[in-house]
Design a protein around this ligand. Structure first.
Ligand code: SAH
Length: 325
């Protein structure tokens, strides 16, 4: 791994981008940046204040010590207020300004902010207004949390905010959250990746005001027959049903509609691909729901190799020999 500057410690390796970190200003990523075993050996004392990600050709990493004043993007989780992360909750408790996605974030979470905190509902704001609020609060030295539903990285419209903040020279970080598709699986007691059934999850949506690229049309993604999670499409169940049936799913393929996963008013509707539209109608679900489809919702699967007594792993020796490797 090579870095742009001599002595630099951060080992970002994605796309050949060189991270211009120096020992004084190193990135504190502990996760993998892109390479298969490229662990970033940075320390928690010293932080990276990304104003953009590390994928650009020669985007320097403008790091500063941890005391840097940053805007915090935070994933609120799917709904239940105790499904926010500990880090997200701490940031929320410290915030002077919270801008939350009011259409989907459970307002119960706002009970965690301190009494002088100013709260904005981004459902009533434009991108420009959100950035303006952040900009002036930042200039006043305030702690700012931008609270998004689930995990901000899915349909969160965070990239456009991050880019504007980057242009303004305002640093930010991002605290992940439990996405609603994980909350939905948990509520149903299901696993998307069952051996012998599917080892892939397709996360997608129908086109709405936001278009979906033609090559990602639901019917063509449905050709894989993988575990399918469809966001933002509960108002288009007939179209979803038709597209799924145009792919590898049949009328009898198991499906589910999960309304407000992990909220008190959660509804779990199990059905089949052939009855999706009818079931949605019967239960009056038209929004704030996920549509799941695939045989992972059925009964059959193979047991995992990982916990098979016949297999050795790096942590456990096989109890008996087996040819079925
Ligand atoms: N970032 C969010 C998704 C935001 S897009 C996440 O990670 O979950 C908004 C869409 O997400 C909704 O239209 C709905 O399809 C889905 N969604 C969000 N929260 C949900 C919940 N608690 N239960 C079911 N669907 C949810």
């Amino acid at each position: 791994m090579t870095n742009a500057r001599e002595n630099s410690i951060c080992n970002h390796t994605g796309d050949g981008s060189l991270c211009g970190n120096t020992p004084e200003t190193i990135c504190n990523h502990t996760g993998k940046h892109s390479g298969e075993d490229s662990l970033c050996g940075n320390t928690p004392e010293k932080n990276c204040n990304h104003t953009r990600n590390h994928s650009g050709d020669d985007s320097p990493c403008r790091n500063t010590p941890e005391s840097i004043h940053r805007v915090h993007f935070v994933g609120a989780g799917p709904g239940a207020p105790d499904l926010i992360t500990l880090r997200g909750l701490r940031l929320l408790e410290q915030a002077d300004v919270v801008i939350y996605a009011g259409s989907l974030v459970n307002p119960a979470l706002l009970g965690s902010v301190h009494e002088d905190c100013t709260i904005y509902n981004s459902a009533e704001m434009t991108l420009e207004q959100v950035i303006e609020v952040i900009h002036s609060a930042y200039a006043e030295g305030k702690d700012i949390v931008r609270l998004h539903t689930g995990d901000p990285c899915l349909y969160g419209a965070i990239r456009e905010q991050m880019d504007r903040l980057g242009e303004l020279g305002i640093p930010y970080d991002d605290t992940p959250g439990v996405s609603s598709f994980c909350g939905a699986a948990a509520s149903l007691g299901e696993e998307y990746t069952l051996p012998g059934v599917s080892q892939s999850v397709i996360i997608t949506r129908m086109a709405g005001r936001t278009p979906v690229p033609e090559r990602e049309a639901l019917a063509s993604l449905a050709a894989h027959g993988a575990s399918m999670v469809i966001f933002l499409s509960a108002g288009m169940l007939e179209e979803v049903q038709r597209a799924l049936l145009a792919g590898a799913y049949t009328e009898n393929t198991p499906a589910a509609i999960v309304y407000k996963a992990t909220w008190p008013e959660e509804k779990l509707v199990r059905c089949t691909v052939g009855s999706l539209a009818r079931c949605g109608k019967e239960h009056g679900i038209r929004q704030t729901a996920l549509i799941l489809a695939g045989d992972f919702l059925g009964r059959n699967y193979e047991r995992s190799r990982l916990y098979d007594p016949g297999f050795s792993t790096g942590f456990r020796n096989a109890q008996r020999d087996t040819e079925d490797v």
